[in-house]
Design a protein around this ligand. Structure first.
Ligand code: FIX
Ligand code: ZN
Length: 436
């Protein structure tokens, strides 16, 4: 959206003096909105990043950037390499192939490829390189402990929420070591393995000295609650979270339905901790692609509404993967004050759709939502994911304030800054009861 789109009617109607004045006001508004959006730090409330204390789980650098599953899926659109041959390759060889295929032999126009270009540019590296040597040299010089501060500063991200699986051996070691975790990185206790694969979770939970069984007897329910109580004490999570399939139903006669109703929701209420429901993923549509093989489906938003209605004391964060569910999510949020829509998740995290979703949310919810999360898996991705999103959010906000002005009220700089702060961090911290 360019500056001249809005308020053109004003200067056409009122002649050139009024036209100049209105153009100047527009220019001013654009500058205020852009500055507020650029300068307000973001609390990135859903990522797959890890603090440096988690060792090898803290991913950064060009080889990780190129081995992002979004790019792996795109590689196979162009390359004749077989899935099996690709997975047999070393990580560096995979990265070389992805670079050559998507960045040299083809133009990096997709959102995910453009993202890598934006990261190289941010570090002053050659975006046109024939190979990865310069980039590899640059990242080899970065120290895993200091690099997060550099990236967070460039991306203007103040806080990062991780995704923490209490059944993951590597993570468990770190939590149990008592290591002091970088205060900018916050935990989110992930429930996927518990809720989406109970029988596989049973032996893993029992290994941690709890006594649960496949049948989900009363004592299993009690023990699973104890398991969560203990992990909440260790991780101090900002919220509990789960990704759910497009055919997710509530209530549901299944292990997941029982665990949600009898374990997870009461735990959230007892601990006053929020629950994040990410709905619409169709896992392993193409298993040969591994992590890159998940797809999506349109889900039933009424399942979410029923959870919100039945649990008014539990704060629910929610995002949907299908574009078709976005409008219904906004309407559900108008009905339930305990529901907070967040982010443009994965397949809807593309410029054109972020723009549509953000505008729809502003129109239906004002500033009472969380416009974006990065879902970054590689630290450096924070740089492009947030710069891309900021640009689009600024456009949507500018148009909204311009419309407001046309209708008779000019938002002040202080109001605009307040609004952006709410959307970028306060809405999240207030919901999870942690004032920053
Ligand atoms: O379930 C999730 O949290 C998803 O975001 C991931 O599983 C997915 O692979 C992803 O990285 C999307 O951005
Ligand atoms: Zn995610």
């Amino acid at each position: 959206m360019n500056d001249s789109t809005v308020n053109n009617d004003k200067h056409e109607t009122f002649g050139s003096a009024a036209g100049d004045e209105s153009r100047a006001a527009n220019f001013d508004l654009r500058r205020i909105v852009d500055n507020a959006v650029r300068e307000t730090p973001v609390a990135d409330m859903h990522t797959h990043l890890f603090a440096a204390e988690f060792g090898d789980l803290n991913l950064f650098g060009i080889d990780e950037l190129l081995n992002y599953h979004y790019l792996i899926a795109e590689l196979f659109r162009y390359s004749s390499v077989s899935y099996a041959d690709f997975w047999r390759m070393e990580k560096r060889a995979q990265a070389d192939l992805i670079w050559r295929t998507l960045f040299v032999e083809n133009t990096p126009l997709s959102e995910a490829t453009r993202g890598v270009i934006a990261v190289l540019q941010a570090f002053g590296l050659n975006t046109n390189a024939a190979n990865l040597s310069e980039a590899r040299e640059f990242f080899a010089d970065q120290n895993a402990n200091d690099f997060p501060a550099k990236v967070l500063a460039i991306a203007n991200v103040s806080d990062v929420v991780m995704t923490n699986d209490p059944l993951d051996e590597d993570e468990i070691k770190v939590w149990k070591s008592g290591a002091k975790i970088d205060a900018r990185f916050h935990a989110a206790l992930r429930l996927d393995r518990l809720l989406n694969g109970w029988t596989e979770a049973v032996p893993l939970i029992n290994k941690q000295n709890y006594r649960v069984s496949n049948d989900l007897s009363e004592s299993s329910i009690k023990e699973t609650r104890r398991f969560l109580d203990d992990w909440i004490a260790v991780m101090k999570p900002t919220y509990l979270g789960v990704s759910l399939p497009d055919d997710f139903a509530f209530p549901e006669d299944s292990a997941r339905g029982k665990l949600l109703t009898e374990v997870v929701l009461p735990t959230c209420e007892n601990h006053n901790v929020a629950l994040s429901l990410m709905i619409g993923v169709r896992r392993k549509v193409n298993p040969a692609l591994k992590l890159a093989g998940d797809g999506l489906g349109r889900a039933d938003v009424s399942a979410l509404s029923r959870i919100c209605a039945a649990n008014p004391n539990v704060k629910i964060l929610s995002t949907f993967l299908s574009r078709e569910n976005q409008h219904e999510l906004c309407v559900a949020a108008r009905k339930f004050k305990n529901l907070m829509p967040f982010g443009c998740w994965w397949f809807v995290n593309n410029g054109s759709i972020i723009s549509e979703i953000t505008r729809e949310r502003i129109e239906l919810l004002g500033t009472s939502f969380i416009p974006q999360h990065s879902d970054a898996r590689v630290l450096d991705q924070l740089i492009y994911k947030w710069s891309f999103s900021r640009r689009i959010i600024a456009d949507a906000l500018f148009d909204s304030y311009a419309n407001l002005e046309r209708d008779g009220r000019r938002a002040t700089k202080a109001e605009i800054e307040r609004d952006v702060k709410k959307m970028f961090s306060e809405n999240f911290w207030n919901l999870v009861h942690q004032q920053k």
